[in-house]
Design a protein around this ligand. Structure first.
Ligand SMILES: [Zn+2]
Length: 257
C-alpha cells in the first residue's frame, strides 16, 4: 500500500515523463475515481509535487491535477497508440507519451481543482519539511489515542501510514499500543528518528522504475512489517501481530516498551 516513499517514487516517475509537457488528450474509463479530467487538452503540467501521500500537478491555468494512489494505484508510462492496460481507470496523453492510471481496488483519486481541502489539511511532510520534535511531542500529548494511531493522523505528519508507523516504532523501541500522552520528549525524538530512518530505507529499496507493493507480491524490504511470528531482527524475540484502530500491527514484545 502506498505511503510517503512509494508516492515520492511515483512523483519522480511522473516528473521525468511529463513535467513541462502539454496535455494533448485525456480519457476517463471510470468516473468514480477521476473528476474534472476531461477538457484538459492544451494545458501544460508545470511540475509534479508531493505532500504526504498526495500528488499535485499544477497546470498553467491556475488549477492542478491532484492525485492519491489509494491502496493499489499506479501510474505507468505507455505509448499513445498502446491499448488500455489491466485496471486502467484514466489516461493523460502528452503527444507520443501516454500516462495511464491503474487501480485494481478503486480507492485512489484524480481530481482537477484550484485547491483541495485534503491537501490543505495535511501536516508537515517528514521528508520535505523535516520533523519538528517539539511539535510532534505536543501533538502526541494532546490526544487519548495510541501512539501508532496518532502517527498515522495525516494532520500530525503527512505520509506516515501503517507500514511506516510500524517500522518507526520498532526502531524507536516503543510499543504501538502505548498511549500517546505517555510518550516523553526524548521518546518523541526517537520516534522522529525512526520515521526518517524508515522512509529513507524504503526509498532506497525502490530500485525498479515502476512500483510494486508488498501486498501485490513484491519483495518485503521491511524489518518487521509483514513478519509476525518471525524473530525480531534486533533481539530475536518472536514478533507479534495485533489490531490497533482497526489496522493490523506488528511489534516486538522483547524490545518495544
Ligand atoms: Zn526485539
Amino acid at each position: 500500500m502506498p505511503e510517503l516513499p512509494e508516492v515520492e517514487h511515483a512523483r519522480g516517475y511522473l516528473a521525468r515523463a511529463i513535467e513541462g509537457k502539454k496535455i494533448t488528450a485525456t480519457k476517463v474509463h471510470d468516473a468514480r475515481i477521476a473528476k474534472g479530467v476531461t477538457k484538459l487538452a492544451g494545458r501544460q503540467v508545470l511540475s509534479v509535487e508531493r505532500k504526504g501521500k498526495w500528488l499535485k500537478m499544477p497546470l498553467d491555468d491556475g488549477r492542478a491535477i491532484f492525485g492519491h494512489l489509494g491502496m493499489t494505484g499506479h501510474w505507468t508510462r505507455r505509448a499513445a497508440g498502446d491499448p488500455p492496460v489491466r485496471f486502467e481507470r484514466a489516461r493523460l496523453d502528452f503527444g507520443a507519451v501516454s500516462m495511464r492510471y491503474l487501480d485494481a481496488r478503486l480507492f485512489g483519486r484524480i481530481v482537477v481543482a484550484k485547491t483541495l481541502p485534503a491537501w490543505d489539511e495535511l501536516g508537515p511532510d517528514p521528508l520535505a519539511d523535516g520533523i519538528d520534535v517539539q511539535r510532534l511531542h505536543d501533538r502526541l500529548s494532546r490526544t487519548k489515542r495510541t501512539v501508532k494511531e496518532t502517527l498515522m493522523d495525516q494532520s500530525v505528519l503527512a505520509g506516515v501510514g501503517n507500514i511506516q508507523a510500524i517500522e518507526a516504532l520498532w526502531h524507536a523501541r516503543i510499543l504501538p499500543r502505548r498511549p500517546s500522552k505517555k510518550v516523553t520528549l526524548q521518546e518523541a525524538r526517537a520516534i522522529a528518528k525512526g520515521i526518517t530512518w524508515s522512509i529513507k530505507r524504503s526509498l532506497a529499496a525502490q530500485t525498479e522504475e515502476e512500483l510494486t507493493y508488498v501486498e501485490e507480491g513484491g519483495d518485503n524490504p521491511f524489518k518487521i512489517y509483514g513478519r509476525a511470528k518471525e524473530p525480531c531482527p534486533r533481539c530475536k524475540t518472536t514478533l507479534v501481530r495485533s489490531i490497533i484502530g482497526g489496522r493490523g500491527t506488528v511489534h516486538c514484545p522483547g524490545c518495544q516498551r
